[in-house]
Design a protein around this ligand. Structure first.
Ligand SMILES: [Fe+2]
Length: 394
């Protein structure tokens, strides 16, 4: 039997309209009376006169309030209420007893997961039943509100997380695009600068491939000498472009197929400073300025343009100086023939501590770095001690 009756007070209706009560009592008169009371609170009420019927209703619809009349041997309210936990775990459970002695006994029964409340259902105590159910309903409403709140907070949190994830994805994509653009720009700039260096090289067939080989020797020598890993790329780049200042050297001097006179040498020796002036105006070339400006300094201080000596000379420039000299010696030039490898190394050794950093010369020779491009060099037939510029070496 289902009784639907709305409460007469706003409070009851607002608190309880969502809740359902099940009343189980073997006495149909008492059942009707109780149903009337609880439906007066705005509850949707179902009633049952047997345990089996009550359990069936609970399984079908559940309940927020379960009231059971204790009337042994017909109806064991406590057993029923304990059994109701499985179908309505969070319900408010109330056992009605007519004998005060039973009430005392019920108080001592172990309480399982749900709360069993005692009530002596005499006329004087009906108001207590109403009060208990009323308070219980308030509690149920509060629990429900709390759950709603947790659900809303969780949903908002998930929404925020989704937004954050979305933002992360957008930021990552933009960063990737920017990085790609930067790399493309960097590659284009490098390409332009390499093109420039190659253009200078291309003017003079005798120096073809020289810049690339100087870069290769320099990189391997730097690695073997323990040059900082992070600086290797700039060093290789600097070695490739070390003679970029030759852009400013007159063709008549740059391409002269014979040894230069003093005036011509003087002009040729301007190329490190001309290179420095170019490099200092191009942001990308800043890290390689020292290799450009100081690759003709000598360990003994007799080089140019700054007459630096020993460790005053930036290490990148000391490395490039050895690589540059070795390649110049090992290839044919208009004013001299290539030297054999052992002769090139002998010159390096003789010039260690004079022209070159002796420690770096040692590393160059012990690591056989001169063999790097040996297959590319043409033959040699006129061994002669010359320095990087083709002048006789002491
Ligand atoms: Fe040079």
């Amino acid at each position: 039997m289902v009784v639907r009756q709305r409460a007469t007070t706003g409070y009851s209706r607002s608190v309880s309209r969502r809740f359902r009560a099940l009343i189980a009592h073997p006495d149909s008169d008492a059942l009707g009376e109780l149903a009337g009371m609880l439906s007066g609170l705005g509850l949707t009420v179902e009633t049952a006169t047997t345990e089996a019927q009550a359990m069936q209703l609970l399984r079908s619809h559940g309940a927020n309030v379960v009231v059971a009349g204790h009337a042994l041997p017909l109806f064991d309210a406590v057993r029923f209420l304990e059994a109701s936990i499985a179908s309505a775990p969070e319900a408010l459970r109330i056992a009605l007893v007519s004998d005060p002695a039973d009430a005392v006994e019920l108080d001592y029964r172990p309480v399982q997961a749900g709360t069993i409340m005692r009530l002596v259902a005499q006329a004087s105590e009906r108001s207590r039943l109403l009060a208990l159910v009323g308070e219980g309903l308030k509690l149920l409403a509060l629990v429900e509100q709390q759950r709603d709140l947790v659900r809303k907070i969780t949903a908002e949190h998930q929404k925020l997380q989704r937004r954050e994830t979305l933002l992360d994805v957008v930021v990552r994509e933009r960063t990737k695009e920017l990085e790609e653009s930067y790399l493309q720009l960097k590659a284009a700039n490098r390409q332009a600068l390499f093109g420039l260096a190659e253009a200078i090289e291309a003017k003079d067939p005798y120096t073809k491939g020289h810049c690339g080989r100087v870069a290769g020797y320099s990189l391997v020598l730097a690695q073997a000498a323990g040059y900082p890993e992070a600086g290797l790329e700039a060093l290789e780049f600097g070695a490739f472009l070390h003679d970029i200042g030759k852009i400013g050297i007159r063709d008549a001097v740059l391409l002269k197929p014979a040894a230069l006179d003093d005036t011509e040498w003087s002009h040729m020796r301007e190329h490190p400073v001309k290179g420095y002036e170019i490099a200092s105006k191009i942001e990308m070339l800043r890290p390689i300025i020292s290799a450009v400006r100081n690759h003709h300094e000598r360990w003994d201080g007799g080089g140019y343009p700054d007459r630096l000596a020993g460790t005053q000379i930036p290490v990148a420039a000391r490395i490039v100086a050895i690589a540059d000299a070795y390649d110049a010696m090992a290839t044919d030039r208009p004013y001299k023939a290539a030297l054999p490898a052992d002769e090139c190394e002998a010159v390096l050794r003789r010039q260690a501590g004079k022209m070159f950093d002796p420690d770096l010369v040692e590393v160059f020779i012990t690591h056989d770095i001169g063999s790097l491009y040996r297959d590319e060099y043409d033959g040699y037939d006129a061994p002669e001690d010359t320095d990087v510029n083709g002048k006789p070496v002491d």
